[in-house]
Design a protein around this ligand. Structure first.
Ligand SMILES: Cc1ncc(COP(=O)(O)O)c(C=O)c1O
Length: 401
């Protein structure tokens, strides 16, 4: 497969531009108010000491850049993150750490291996709803620190993803038809049982933990901008509830001195960000939430993510499952490349969004994508369900017609 094949891929869907975007200084001040610098400093100090920490690769997709006529396309490969195979390892596990600090104090958490503290922590239960990756991170964090963990998954989460959660020692409960329903069930059960909710999405009255989750995600951009020296003009970000995009955006505004153009990319059947930008207020998605991009199958935007993204992003768009599948095949098989990246179903929405807009001249002009553009993409996961991945890249699922 030659990556030039995607020259024919254009978009007939509109871009929704964000009329609430504010100038750089105002956006940076707002972000620092919502997520103060100290929150990120603490996240980086903690996460960088976890066993196995190292920055994930920033891969130069030079063949894709050539084909699209831009200066560079960089792919931050979160498949490498802590063996959990997704960026989510940075958020949920760090929020478990912060939750325990709130419950028993920072010094006790640092001393979590001593018998007395071990016993104290063993009596604490954390819980969360997940479509797979966030729950895995919460379960991993709970295991690392020694507390109990109950994870709720909805009926469409694959068996392989359920088994992966169990591997990290969590009790896994199947409840709810979709992610939004299992979020509500996790909240109810936590109240009944005095468990602690570690949610990656923020809603009315619940924002402290999701802010810690975002601080954890910021590590990706700290690595990319400060350690790997990327200076993006454009950033295409896939969206579920929007915590990934908000954490990335917060870190871009913390570490750069200009506003890159940020474009959010939703699956067409789970388009809560498209609907919200279109109506300029948080609006639930109108689709069925049916998508192979399991991590993006969310119907409601996170309240804190909305506060950040509604003031900073340029535009929002949607893509189909086939668009994401084509980008997965391109990363795996492109003959002109020096890499063969295995990117999971939720990892390539940003790349697919870039390909579609760059090949559609009106959209390309509107987004000011040109030969000087340097694009950043977050490859948010590797292969998190081998059966589904293999079927997609071999055309058994989502085949070209
Ligand atoms: C691999 C992957 N990418 C992207 C996302 C989207 O993140 P968010 O829900 O914070 O927008 C998720 C969420 O689960 C995910 O698992």
């Amino acid at each position: 497969m030659n990556c030039h094949y995607f020259k024919n891929q254009t978009s007939n869907r509109p871009l929704y531009f964000n009329s609430r975007r504010v100038p750089f200084n105002e956006a940076q001040a707002l972000i620092k108010k919502i997520l103060p610098d100290a929150g990120f400093t603490s996240a980086y100090e903690t996460i960088s000491k976890w066993p196995g920490y190292q920055p994930t690769s920033l891969i130069n997709l030079d063949n894709v850049a050539d084909a699209l006529g831009v200066k560079s396309v960089f792919y931050k490969n979160e498949a490498e993150r802590f063996g959990l195979k997704s960026f989510k390892a940075l958020g949920g596990a760090y929020a478990v750490h912060k939750c325990l600090e709130m419950l028993i104090g920072k010094n006790h958490v640092s001393d979590h291996k001593s018998p007395k503290i071990k016993k104290m922590i063993a009596g604490i239960t954390v819980t969360s709803a997940t479509d797979g990756n966030h729950g895995k991170s919460v379960a991993w964090g709970a295991k690392m620190l020694g507390c109990k963990c109950v994870i709720f998954i909805h009926e469409k989460v694959s068996k392989n993803r359920e088994n992966a959660l169990k591997k990290y020692g969590a009790q896994v409960v199947r409840a709810g038809k979709n992610y939004d329903e299992s979020v509500k069930i996790a909240q109810e059960k936590a109240k009944e049982n005095d468990w602690h909710v570690i949610s990656d999405t923020s809603y009315a009255g619940y924002s402290t933990i999701p802010k810690h989750v975002m601080n954890g995600y910021e590590v990706m951009i700290y690595e990319a901008v400060i350690k790997q020296s990327v200076r993006p003009t454009h950033v295409f970000l896939q969206t579920g509830v929007g915590s990934l995009a908000a954490g990335v955006t917060a870190s871009l505004f913390r570490n750069l001195d200009y506003s890159p153009r940020i474009i959010l990319v939703d699956p067409e059947n789970a388009d809560c960000w498209v609907q919200s930008i279109k109506h300029q207020k948080p609006v639930a998605c109108v689709g069925s939430l049916d998508t192979y991009m399991a991590g993006l199958a969310c119907g409601t935007v996170s309240v804190i993510a909305w506060e950040i993204l509604s003031k900073t992003i340029e535009a929002s768009m949607s893509i189909s499952d086939l668009d994401a599948a084509r980008a997965m095949r391109c990363l795996k098989f492109c003959k002109r490349s020096h890499y063969a990246i295995e990117a999971g179903e939720s990892a390539t929405a940003g790349l697919a969004g870039l390909i579609l807009t760059s090949n559609t001249s009106t959209l390309k002009q509107q987004l000011k994508i040109n030969k000087d553009s340097q694009i950043l993409i977050i490859g948010s996961e590797g292969v998190t369900d081998r059966d589904i991945y293999n079927k997609i890249v071999t055309n058994e699922l989502l085949s070209e017609t």
